[in-house]
Design a protein around this ligand. Structure first.
Ligand code: HDE
Length: 710
């Protein structure tokens, strides 16, 4: 594949042959019969009964009746886009994969982001892990890196996955709550399963409520292997780092965004791509030589542990750009099937027991979701290049395999399809030495469930720590069962005493001295928490700056949404002053006015309104600007919603700028009392405002903001 960065990659070309466009075409049945009435069924007389004969009605209704397929059991809610991956430098010392050695090629990708627990129609800002699945259509076959936006998982063994998911999903008797972990069954499970605590504290952090899908990291989680052309193996962890940095909203905003625009993330991804502001992530690897496998305090095969970047730095090797929205949601985003078992020569699995279970689950789930072993023939799932083998038939067979034979070996078809030679790039599994007993148990090396969540918490900034404490207090506050809350409190106290104290205060409970023995005994050996406490001396860094969002990128205002509050008569000179520099930085200004349609500036020109105030909310924006204009400000003062809008932006620690008469509107909000705040700009320069927007939020305002009503 030649190096090209437009949207015409090989996969997009392949998909084009399946696209259908009804422009200037006549309406037909599926048999291509022209139809001149699709509004009325065939009846016995104008007021008579419908006739069974009506094949047009039957075709239309029958198809409609069968339009839905089962949603994914997890990750049902998702959004996806096409793009490409390019390699910065060859890593042939580690891997022989073409995608990791050929810097001249661009590899088409299709990436799908998702929440885990909610149904297909659930809101985007649920507190949850985000799926981060990437399908690479490589020249040597499809590679799926099916990851999450958190570097670790809740459980260590696939055997526990149905329990975890049953616990977090809506409770089975009443199907409540939707897309929320804040309920008894989830915390019943978590409080009895200490291996969940590391991923769980991440879910309590801001990572679980991203500002945008474009502003979150991705992780392959498991340790994989890279295999070079000498057949040598290195352990590897995959990382995606967003070019825009990692940013989140606050929980209060998340709750409000879910009501104001439940498609917030989906819309944001779509709009950014349509606007040509293509999301980008760099791919990084952490490489560990085979001989260092046992060098760490934790087991590399344990998916509840990460390798601190302070111990093994992430080496950036390439970049993914998403530059094309799907043509059809169902055909592409819904029907795409990711399988961790899709790998290519140069990449291989490890014995991580979670990964091993996933290798079974994903193919199995596609069979029930997509209904046929031929799901790989759906256009979005087809590899680039034509696959050949002796698999035949099955529901919805789309190919027409030619010839007399469908077996191997054969002579009648000249032995074809023939076996690939190693020199032709055949896949062969890494020859790992195995000498073991068949055993159903957990390795002792997986035991420490507390050191890493503790390191995570220690690495956070003050504002991030507060968010974590608030999240625990919220989630447990929604639980009804006191013993579950107490158990959780005790476990949190084993991670960090200060954190536990804050949560206990929020719950109005004391931290128990110990956990209640009866529950412990009832669930068996797994719950013997003493075994899973960290031994006294652990060789972990005190903290790792990469675990905190305070150390992410704060360089750009690209794609930031700026609300501009105006009415007729606003100062066009003020707006011009801000608009040029903001748009130059890639920010998007949205005119919010008392009504839709158009408004007039003070020089009598018409300006298109992006949203009438009644249709939008402060939480949907990153920053706020109010230009002057006597008449405009007088009008804005009449509607209290503008004051709420401004107060909320302040409470959520956003940058606010006003010019000239805009000050008068500010005087009517509680922002006025804090007008010396570092991110409130009155008649200031665009640069000052831009620098504050690039910082994402002014968190120093957080303690004050918490006390303000809205
Ligand atoms: Fe998944 N997971 N998972 N998972 N997972 C699915 O496959 C499963 C796990 C992840 O956008 C399902 O096609 C098991 C870890 C993503 O289409 C299902 C276990 C990670 C997606 C399934 C895990 C993930 C899924 C449901 C424990 C991060 C969405 C629909 C052994 C590394 C992919 C489907 C998309 C989807 C099973 C654990 C990520 C049921 C059994 C760990 C991003 O097969």
């Amino acid at each position: 594949m030649a190096k090209k960065t437009n949207t015409e990659n090989q996969k997009i070309k392949d998909l084009k042959q399946f696209e259908k466009d009804a422009k200037n075409k006549v309406l037909t049945t599926n048999q291509n019969l022209k139809v001149n009435d699709t509004n009325n069924s065939l009846k016995s007389g104008e007021r008579g009964s419908t006739l069974l004969e009506d094949f047009l009605l039957r075709e239309k209704i029958t198809h409609f009746d069968h339009e839905r397929i089962p949603e994914r059991i997890v990750h049902a809610r998702g959004s996806a886009a096409h793009g490409y991956f390019e390699l910065y430098e060859s890593i042939d010392q580690y891997s022989k994969a073409g995608i990791f050695t050929d810097t001249q090629r661009i590899t088409p990708v299709f990436a799908r982001f998702s929440t885990v627990a909610g149904s297909k129609g659930s809101p985007d800002l649920a507190r949850d892990v985000r799926g981060f699945a990437v399908k690479f259509y490589t020249a040597e076959g499809t590679w799926d890196l099916v990851g999450n936006n958190m570097p670790i998982f809740f459980i260590q063994d696939a055997m526990k996955f149905p329990d975890l998911i049953h616990a977090v999903k809506p409770e089975p008797n009443k199907e409540i709550p939707q897309a929320a972990s804040a309920h008894d069954t989830f915390y019943d499970f978590v409080s009895h399963t200490t291996e969940t605590l590391h991923n769980h504290i991440r879910v309590m952090s801001d990572r679980a409520i991203p500002r945008s899908l474009r502003m979150m990291e991705g992780f392959g989680i498991h340790t994989f292997r890279l295999i070079n052309d000498q057949g040598e193996s290195h352990f590897v962890k995959f990382h995606w780092k967003p070019k825009l940095g990692v940013h989140s909203v606050t929980w209060e905003e998340a709750v409000k965004i879910n009501g104001a625009d439940s498609d917030f993330h989906r819309r944001d991804l779509w709009d950014a791509i349509e606007a040509g502001q293509y999301p980008e992530w760099e791919l990084g690897i952490q490489v560990v030589p085979e001989e260092d496998e046992h060098k760490f305090e934790f087991d590399l095969l344990d998916p509840t542990k990460l390798i601190p970047e302070a111990m093994v730095p992430v080496q950036i090797i390439g970049k993914m750009t998403l530059n094309k929205n799907p043509e059809n949601f169902f055909a592409e985003t819904e029907q795409v099937a990711f399988l961790p078992g899709h790998i290519v020569p140069g990449i291989d699995f490890t014995n991580d027991p979670l990964l091993q279970g996933r290798l079974f689950s994903y193919r199995d789930t596609q069979l029930s979701r997509l209904g046929s072993p031929n799901f790989h023939q759906i256009p979005i799932n087809r590899p680039v290049g034509e696959p050949h083998n002796n698999q035949r038939d099955g529901h919805m067979q789309m190919d027409i395999p030619k010839g007399q034979t469908a077996y191997f070996p054969n002579s009648l078809s000249g032995g074809c399809p023939h076996l690939a030679k190693m020199a032709e790039g055949a896949f062969t599994s890494y020859e790992e030495r195995i000498d073991a007993k068949k055993i159903r148990s957990r390795s002792e090396s997986f035991n420490d469930h507390f050191s890493q969540p503790a390191m995570f918490y220690r690495s956070l900034e003050k504002w991030e720590k507060q968010h974590v404490a608030d999240a625990y207090a919220f989630e447990l506050g929604k639980c009804n069962q006191e013993p579950i809350k107490e158990r959780m409190l005790w476990l949190i106290s084993q991670i960090n005493q200060d954190l536990a104290k804050k949560v206990a205060h929020g719950l109005g409970l004391d931290i128990p001295k110990n956990i209640s023995q009866p529950i412990n005994q009832a669930i068996g050996a797994d719950a013997d928490i003493k075994k899973q406490q960290p031994p006294k001396q652990k060789n972990y860094p005190e903290s790792d700056s990469t675990l905190s969002q305070a150390h992410t990128k704060f360089e750009s205002i690209a794609t930031r949404q700026i609300a501009v509050l105006v009415a007729d008569g606003f100062s066009i000179q003020d707006l011009k002053k801000m608009k040029g520099p903001l748009e130059k930085g890639g920010a998007i200004l949205k005119i919010i006015a008392p009504h839709g349609g158009h408004i007039l500036c003070d020089e009598g020109m018409k300006h298109r309104v992006d949203a009438a105030i009644m249709t939008t909310e402060s939480v949907l924006f990153d920053a706020l600007y109010i230009p002057g204009g006597k008449k405009s400000i007088k009008k804005l003062k009449e509607d209290p919603k503008y004051r709420v809008f401004i107060n909320e932006a302040f409470k959520h620690c956003k940058a606010i700028a006003v010019d000239h008469e805009g000050e008068d509107l500010l005087k009517e909000t509680f922002v006025w009392e804090y007008k010396d705040d570092q991110a409130v700009f009155i008649n200031d320069t665009p640069k000052a405002f831009i620098d504050a927007i690039a910082k994402h939020r002014y968190w120093e305002r957080m303690d004050l903001a918490a006390k303000l009503p809205v």
